[in-house]
Design a protein around this ligand. Structure first.
Ligand code: CMC
Length: 393
């Protein structure tokens, strides 16, 4: 029989070929379809990035217009979807609501379940990208006890999402263009990251021929964990717990202590052994947002900056190549924008949906892909005979 390679955590196993995202973790490089993340975040917008990830090229003006209008056509969710929300307790974590409601989409859009048809795959992709902001905003509105706000298709993708989250029917609401641009940039930074845990989950689920909505729901479930997408929430909670610059050394010592399970949340990455290029852009965006909102002395930001400074000069972190990752500054930024911490991972899921769906589509269209089926090294009991219950000791 075949010999198996033992590779826990898949640190040295390539599960697929992909043309979507390139990472050089030693150099701190991230490219979407060859384009540096810095250039896309600086000059591009999220919807254009979606097109790029899905189709491999930046759209022409006409292609962009067509794509944007196709996405806007699908921003509504079936009215009956509302009832799914009311089944959840008000205090349910919005990620729990996301796993359930996104999974439920497969019960509403039966035509998109025909994954053998390229046209239907395209429609399913567009539907997912279009509906995620609506569902995410509904999860938020439900959690705060406010009425759902319908999408407004005259607004751009991100402004529309802000509108669905923060407007209330009885008041005029105007989207702040600086905040909308900042959030759009955050979405670009989170759009894809090659074969991370949630993307691998989506591919594995999809490899059996499962429908795209179910696959994305699986990705959302995986993303929720604090070692992955849940880290932005955990990072902010940690900054709040530290609370003041004076207490940082205590936490640095805890993080270094082998007998203490505490880790600096927002630090370290499986692939980046250098500064996470997304963290740099995130740090800049964070400053812009705080300035726009007139937040001058945010104690959390002070703690973050000082923590980063100390860690970057600390032997332990240098030796283990632990740098701030994307989640380190995103929490402060999102909090300043008015999102509760429980929504942070939801926003990550919203943005990563395009990466998940692009990777799913690439997999379905790759003739060499088989059902994902890892093997194991069995370390359990050897063969033994059944013992009747009265004879067991
Ligand atoms: N604080 C303190 N020590 C750390 C940290 C940290 N944040 N991260 C790793 N280490 C240590 C770890 O204890 C280990 O030490 P030793 O070799 O003595 O046992 C060494 O560094 C290597 O860590 P590892 O867990 O083997 O590395 P990994 O590649 O399996 O883990 C990670 C990567 C991101 C899960 C981890 O760095 C971590 O838990 N970071 C905190 C959570 C976090 O910020 N996650 C967000 C990741 S980026 C966005 C995303 O993927 O969603």
């Amino acid at each position: 029989s075949k010999m198996f390679t033992y590779d826990p955590g898949f640190t040295s196993t390539a599960s697929c070929e992909s043309k979507i995202t390139y990472i050089d973790g030693d150099e701190g490089v991230l490219l979407y379809r060859g384009y540096p993340i810095e250039q896309l975040a600086e000059n591009g917008n999220f919807l254009e990035t979606c097109y790029l990830l899905l189709y491999g090229e930046l759209p022409t003006a006409a292609q962009y217009e067509d794509f944007a209008s196709r996405v806007t056509r699908h921003t509504m969710v079936h009215e009956q979807m509302n009832r799914f929300f009311s089944g959840f307790r008000r205090d349910a974590h919005p990620m729990a609501v996301m796993v359930g409601t996104v999974g439920a989409l497969s019960a509403f859009y039966h035509d998109s379940l025909d994954i053998a048809d390229p046209f239907q795959r395209m429609v399913a992709s567009i539907r997912m990208i279009a509906k995620m902001p609506t569902i995410a905003a509904m999860a938020y509105k439900y959690s705060v006890g406010q009425p759902f706000v319908y999408p407004k298709n005259s607004l751009d993708y991100t402004a529309n999402f802000l509108q669905m989250c923060f407007s209330i029917p009885c008041e005029e609401y105007k989207v702040d263009p600086v905040l909308s641009r900042a959030l759009d940039r955050i979405f670009i930074l989170h759009a894809d990251h090659e074969q991370n845990a949630s993307t691998s989950t989506v591919r594995l689920a999809g490899s059996s021929g499962a429908n795209p909505f179910a696959c994305i729901a699986a990705g959302i479930a995986c993303l929720w964990g604090p070692a992955h997408g849940g880290a932005n929430e955990a990072a902010l909670a940690m900054l709040q717990e530290i609370g003041s610059v004076e207490r940082i050394p205590e936490y640095i010592a805890k993080a270094k202590d082998k007998n203490d399970p505490f880790r600096l949340m927002g630090f370290g990455h499986r692939v980046y052994k250098n500064y996470d290029p997304r963290a740099k852009i995130m740090q800049k965006t964070c400053h812009e947002v705080l300035t726009t909102l007139g937040i001058k002395d945010d104690p959390l930001l002070d703690v973050a900056i000082e923590l980063e400074r100390i860690a970057l000069h600390d032997e332990y972190f240098i030796e283990k190549k632990l740098y701030p990752n994307i989640d380190f500054y995103s929490g402060i930024t999102l909090k300043a924008m008015g999102f509760p911490t429980s929504m942070f991972t939801v926003l990550f899921a919203l943005a990563r949906t395009v990466g998940w769906i692009a990777q799913w589509k690439e997999m379905i269209e790759d003739p060499s892909q088989k059902i994902g089926r890892p093997r194991q090294l069995y370390t359990g009991a050897t063969r033994r005979d059944y013992i009747a219950v009265e004879d067991r000791v």
